[in-house]
Design a protein. Sequence first.
Length: 447
Amino acid sequence: MEICIVGTGYVGLVTGACLAEIGHRVVCVDDDLEKIATLKQGRMPIFEPGLDNLVTRNRREGRLSFTTDLKEGIEAATVIFICVGTPPLEDGDADLSAVEQVARQIGELSSAYKLVVEKSTVPVQTGMWIEKTLKVYGGGKDDRFDVASNPEFLREGSAVEDFLHPDRIVVGVGHPRAERLLRDLYEPIVSGDFTCPTHGVCREAGPIPFVVTDIKSAELIKHASNSFLAMKISFINSVADLCELVGADVERVAEGMGLDRRIGRAFLNAGLGFGGFCFPKDLQAFVKIAEKCGYDFGLLREVDRINELRIVQAIKKLKDHLWILKEKVIGVWGLAFKPDTDDVRYSPALALIHRLLAEGVAVKAYDPKAMERVRQQLPSLLYCQDPYEVASGADALVVATEWKEFGDLDLPRVRTLMRRPLMLDGRNLFDPLKMKAMGFEYLGMGR
Ligand code: UGA
C-alpha cells in the first residue's frame, strides 16, 4: 500500500520504517529541514535499537523515502498517518495545534480519497475534530476522507520490536472502508507472515488480536492504557514507602502480587518514579479532557502527585544520611528517563539533579547514551567518561536509570573509589545484602 507518515519523531519514524519493512511503500514527511537532511544522509536523529538497520535497508530497497514536501507525501498515498507531536500546554492540556494544521493541509491538498489515521496520542474527540477539519478545508465533500484512530503502544528502547510483535492492534473507525484498509495494511503483522529482522519468520507466533472499535473508544484505549500503567507504578511506589516504614521488601511484595495473573508483575518496579514524554503528559491530558467533559479524575491526579513526591523523598533520604548537602559531591548513574534510550524528556534523573544543584551539590554524572542531550541544558554538571569516574571522590552515588551495564560493574572497585560509600539505588538494581556485605551504606527504594 502507498502510505504517508507526517511527523518523523519516535512514533512516526518507527511506524514508517516498520510499515516499509512489512512491504508497504512509505513516504515520511517532516517540516524540520535538518531532521530530513539527517535522515537522507542515512543518519538517525534518535537512538532506538534496530531502527537504523530498518531505515537503511528499506531506503536502499526503495520502500522508504523522506521529504519536507507534504503535498508530495499526500499525493503519493492512500493512507496518511498523523504522527506529529502533541506536547503539553501550561495547564496540562495537549497542544493539538500541529494535528489541526496537518488535518487542514490534508484537506486542502488532497485531490483523491484518503484514509487519515491519527497515530499521535490525542485526547478523546480529536478524531471528530479532524473529520470536521478535513471536511471544511477539503471543500465540504463528505466521501473524500475517512478518519481512523490507531493508537501506538511503542516503548522507547523496544519500539521496533513492539511494532512488529504487538500485544494487540487497535483501530477505531467510523466506516467499514477504513477498517478494510487498516486490516490489509496490518495483515502481515497480524498473521506473522513477514520476515522479522530479529527473529526471521514469525508465523508460529499466532494471530495478533485486531481490535476494532469506534473512534472515541480507540482514543480512550490509548490514554486509559498509559494512565493505568502509570497508576501501577505509583501504587507500588506507595507500597514501597510503607515497606520502609514497617521493614518489608517491596521487591518481594511485587513478586508475590505479580504472580496473580489478574495483576501481573510488569510495571510494579518501585523507584524514582515514571518519566519520559508519554506517561507524565498523557496522564495530565487525560485528567484535563475528563474535566472538560465533566468528570473529575481524582484517582489520576493522585497518581501524578505520588510520582512528583518520589524525587522529594529521594532528596530527603540523602539528607538523612549526609546531613548537609551543600558542597557535597554526589555522583549520578544514568540520565535517560529509562534504559536503552537517549531520551531525557521528563527524566526523573534530571529532576533529581536539578534539586541537588539547587542544594549546592557538585554533581558528577554518566549515561551510556544520553550525555550529549543533557550537556546543552545542564552545563554545570561534571560529565564523566564512565561510572567509575563518577564514583571517584563522591560522598554518595545515586542509581537513577537502571542501565544493564551498571549491574555488571566491579562494585568493590566502585566502593574504594568513593569518599564515602553511600549508595542510593533509585531503581533497586542491586541486592541490598550483597551491597552491605561489600561495605556500602546501601539505600534502596522500599527495601
Ligand atoms: C510508554 C508505554 O509503555 C507505551 O506502551 C506507550 O506506547 C508509550 O508510553 C507512548 O505513549 O508512546 P515509554 O514512555 O517508552 O512507553 O516507557 P515505559 O517503558 O512505559 O516507561 C515509562 C516510565 O516508567 C519510565 O520512566 C520507567 O523508568 C518508569 N517505570 C516503568 C517505573 O518506574 N516502574 C516500572 O515498573 C515500569
